[in-house]
Design a protein around this ligand. Structure first.
Ligand code: CP3
Length: 336
């Protein structure tokens, strides 16, 4: 069994496990080289051989304990019929959402469009050591909706007027999304992935009165599906502050990734019965080595006697020096 599964499922605190969100990405020169020859990001994600190669780049370099498949949460809206473009320095841009078209999607067509992702998982699993996990992922329904409806105003707010003007049945769209996301999870696991991470990156902008319907319940339904299929899950409801406690008690995932606003000691005392993952601010890797390692020590020491997976409070930043990543992994592995 992989160290990640030992900590997530058996709650074994005697073993260590480290991986990083965005471990395959722009901070690696070997990624930038492939990327420079593949301008269309979606097409790159649909290239199974290259996807697999990129997935394995950080494993080759750092011998991390888990690989996360190189893909994107926006492959799901793509497979549900929206055009997805990545505009340099601006981020993703999706074509206009059409409810009739959305509701017409068939399960068969959806799985067919994502076949290259499943193929990439199959290829990767074959060349990955047995003791390493291959993590697959999805975007949580709310986070996907934010991109699909283009309702983000800025980093901290959603445009409610825009949402009202659209006059859509949000709960209906979320429940349709859950159905397709469970299919995507099932297909990724059948292809050889063995853990699922659920990214709710925009959970933090949900108004208080909607958090249950838009975040807790959709995540809970997906985690319940994973439990029925015996798939370990890790949730990352980024930015929900003290609501992490309710989230954990309602959703009950095997693991929960904390963001860098969450105090590790608070997490240890309030997030019970789960494996905690991550927390360290990725910006710490841009600071002095001393500052980075002091930051890491805080998490490692706080969580030394409970199930903990070493990771970050968000993805590695493009400007990170790969040697810093190496140092951080060595430090964690040598820490008593
Ligand atoms: O290494 C890994 O973590 C696996 C691959 C992965 C990517 N995206 C590749 C990627 C994963 C797990 C994701 C998840 C993802 N994608 C999230 C959830 C995590 C988070 O960051 O909050 C979200 C919100 C997205 C949507 C997305 N994809 C955005 C907003 C962007 C552009 C901004 C950015 O961060 O670059 C992407 C593009 C993207 N996805 C890149 C990579 C490596 C950068 C592509 C490039 O321009 O080279």
């Amino acid at each position: 069994m992989s160290t990640l599964r030992k900590i997530l499922v058996s709650k074994d605190i005697s073993c260590k496990s480290v991986w990083f969100m965005r471990q395959a990405g722009r901070y690696l020169p070997e990624f930038r080289e492939i990327r420079s020859q593949n301008q269309n990001f979606i097409n790159l994600c649909l290239n199974s051989e290259l996807s697999s190669k990129i997935t394995l780049q950080p494993i080759k370099r750092f011998n991390l304990d888990s690989a996360i498949i190189f893909s994107d949460i926006l492959m799901v809206p793509y497979a549900l019929g929206q055009d997805v473009k990545f505009i340099k320095d601006l981020g993703p841009e999706l074509s206009e959402f059409n409810i009739e078209k959305f509701l017409e999607n068939s399960e068969k067509e959806f799985s067919k469009k994502l076949k290259p992702v499943y193929k990439a998982i199959e290829i990767t699993r074959k060349s990955l050591d047995r003791d390493k996990s291959l993590i697959a992922f999805i975007g949580a329904p709310w986070t996907l909706l934010v991109y699909m409806l283009n309702i983000k105003k800025n980093k901290f707010e959603i445009d409610f007027n825009k949402l009202k003007k659209k006059d859509l049945d949000i709960n209906k769209i979320l429940s349709r999304l859950i159905k397709f996301l469970c299919i995507h999870i099932h297909n990724q696991i059948s292809a050889g992935a063995d853990v699922i991470q659920i990214f709710d990156s925009w959970a933090g902008i949900i108004p208080h009165n909607n958090i249950k319907d838009y975040c807790f319940i959709p995540n809970a339904k997906i985690v319940e599906f994973c439990k029925r299929e015996k798939i370990p899950s890790i949730c990352f409801p980024r930015g929900i502050k003290e609501k992490y406690k309710d989230f954990n008690e309602i959703v009950k995932p095997n693991g929960i990734n904390i963001d860098y606003d969450i105090d590790p000691l608070w997490a240890k005392n309030n997030l019970r019965g789960t494996t905690i993952q991550g927390g360290l601010d990725p910006k710490k890797l841009l600071k002095s080595e001393k500052e980075m390692l002091e930051g890491a020590t805080k998490y490692i020491n706080t969580f030394k006697d409970i199930p903990y997976v070493f990771n970050l409070g968000h993805g590695l930043l493009p400007e990170t020096d790969p040697d810093r990543v190496r140092k951080l992994i060595e430090f964690y592995r040598n820490h008593q």
